[in-house]
Design a protein around this ligand. Structure first.
Ligand SMILES: Nc1ncnc2c1ncn2[C@@H]1O[C@H](COP(=O)(O)OP(=O)(O)O)[C@@H](O)[C@H]1O
Ligand SMILES: [Mg+2]
Length: 395
């Protein structure tokens, strides 16, 4: 049997010895002790078979993270296990994002090492899916505020940044705009999905939801004909979301500007609600009322985030005023750019396709990056909770 070359890189002699010993329990592995990053790189680049790289980041961290990044993005035949005697959330997030499959603290505990290697060697796809799906609702209790623009562009940026499957759902049953914003003509819509929820699985979802161009963004549109939404039960919405959760990393929902049962069900099921407002008094009053209601519904500050749309630095009402009126921090500000937004809407394309460097396109992209980084961090904290507890002060 062809053995899997297992490259070990650590400056600590005892770590190398322990790794050699534990690896010897796996018949399929052949350990190769490496002397430097260059040494590892040369070996990995000249091997086309399945291989493994065990990288101890306790020393020369940045050099090794660069190496992990290069290997993970160019050599999918090489799986990476990262180690460190100082594992912080930031480090774990960084190396897992770069492409490491597992992370372990040094000193290495044998059972944990065996378990991690088993996971890596079994190529267990289920493990990869441990990143739990996050549901993000975009809401405002007033129309015309910029909900659909935000939901659509944010979802697309999530897809571009994470390359994972993203679902964008239009819950505006009679006034849905997403299909117009993205110029799509879907063959299946949310009404169909809700009626056939028991028959739906991953293959069905990925083949029937409308994919935006060649991205990993899938759209679940509103019905193309006038459809009464009041026949939809909140439980159906919950069930739909639960079904989508297995297939998608993020679900972005453009929620209708009203508090009916289906919308509240969507908000209830959300991890984060982006409450969109603009910096003028009537809109802020409405947002205030909305926050009061959210409090009654039990949605705390962790869940509801204020997004000020159409923000202008020279506005009469400034960010501080918005914070004062709402007694909340402003989570994000999307700049005012009527020209870019309108030409995107009129052409049926996202603002980034008009021009990636416009202030609105950048703002949506940075928001997606900020949110996905934070949500990924939470996932990593949950997944590596035991490691971080050992090193509690590193959080
Ligand atoms: N960042 C922005 N800058 C300038 N105008 C905007 C911006 N976002 C939205 N708009 C304007 O607001 C209108 C309503 O946006 P839309 O996303 O359809 O809001 P909603 O879904 O809340 O009704 C758009 O047609 C556009 O003219
Ligand atoms: Mg809308």
């Amino acid at each position: 049997m062809q053995k899997i070359q297992t490259y070990i890189l650590s400056e600590e002699f005892s770590t190398v010895e322990v790794l050699k010993l534990y690896c010897s329990e796996f018949e399929s592995l052949e350990t190769v002790i490496c002397s430097s990053c260059e040494d590892v790189y040369t070996k990995i680049t000249s091997n086309n078979d399945k291989q493994l790289f065990i990288a101890d980041l306790s020393e020369n961290k940045s050099q090794k993270t660069d190496l992990i990044s290069k290997i993970a993005s160019n050599y999918s035949n090489c799986k990476i296990l990262a180690l460190s005697d100082n594992p912080s959330v930031n480090l774990i997030v960084e190396v897992m994002r770069l492409g490491a499959r597992e992370f372990l603290p040094v000193p290495i505990i044998k059972d944990e090492f065996i378990e991690s290697l088993n996971k890596i060697l079994c190529e267990n796809e289920e493990e990869k899916k441990k990143n739990k799906c996050k549901i993000i609702s975009v809401f405002s209790n007033k129309g015309g505020i910029g909900k659909t623009s935000l939901a659509t562009n944010l979802a697309l940026e999530f897809a571009k940044i994470t390359k994972e499957n993203i679902a964008l759902i239009d819950l505006n049953f009679q006034t849905g705009d997403i299909t117009t914003f993205l110029d799509l003509k879907p063959s299946f819509n949310i009404s169909y999905m809700l009626e056939n929820i028991d028959k739906i699985n991953e293959t069905f979802l990925l083949s029937t939801l409308e994919r935006y161009k060649r991205t990993s963004l899938y759209v679940l549109a509103d019905p193309p004909y006038f459809k009464q939404a009041d026949t939809i039960k909140p439980a159906q919405i919950t069930k739909l979301f639960n079904t989508l959760k297995d297939t998608f990393s993020y679900i972005v929902v453009d929620v209708e500007a009203s508090f009916d049962g289906k919308n509240i069900a969507a908000l209830d099921n959300s991890d984060i609600i982006l409450l969109v407002t603009v910096a003028n008094l009537p809109a802020l009053r409405n947002t205030q009322r909305c926050l009061e209601l959210f409090e009654k519904l039990g949605y705390g500050k962790e869940k509801t985030k204020i997004v000020v749309n159409r923000y202008m630095e020279n506005d009469e009402i400034k960010e501080e005023d918005v914070q004062k009126v709402l007694s909340r921090d402003v989570y994000w500000k999307v700049p005012n750019n009527y020209f870019a937004i309108m030409s995107a809407i009129n052409k049926g394309i996202p603002v980034s396709e008009i021009n990636t460097s416009t202030n609105v396109a950048q703002s949506y992209r940075e928001l997606a990056k900020y949110m996905s980084d934070n949500l990924y961090k939470i996932n990593m904290e949950e997944r590596f909770d035991s490691i971080l507890n050992i090193n509690g002060e590193n959080k």
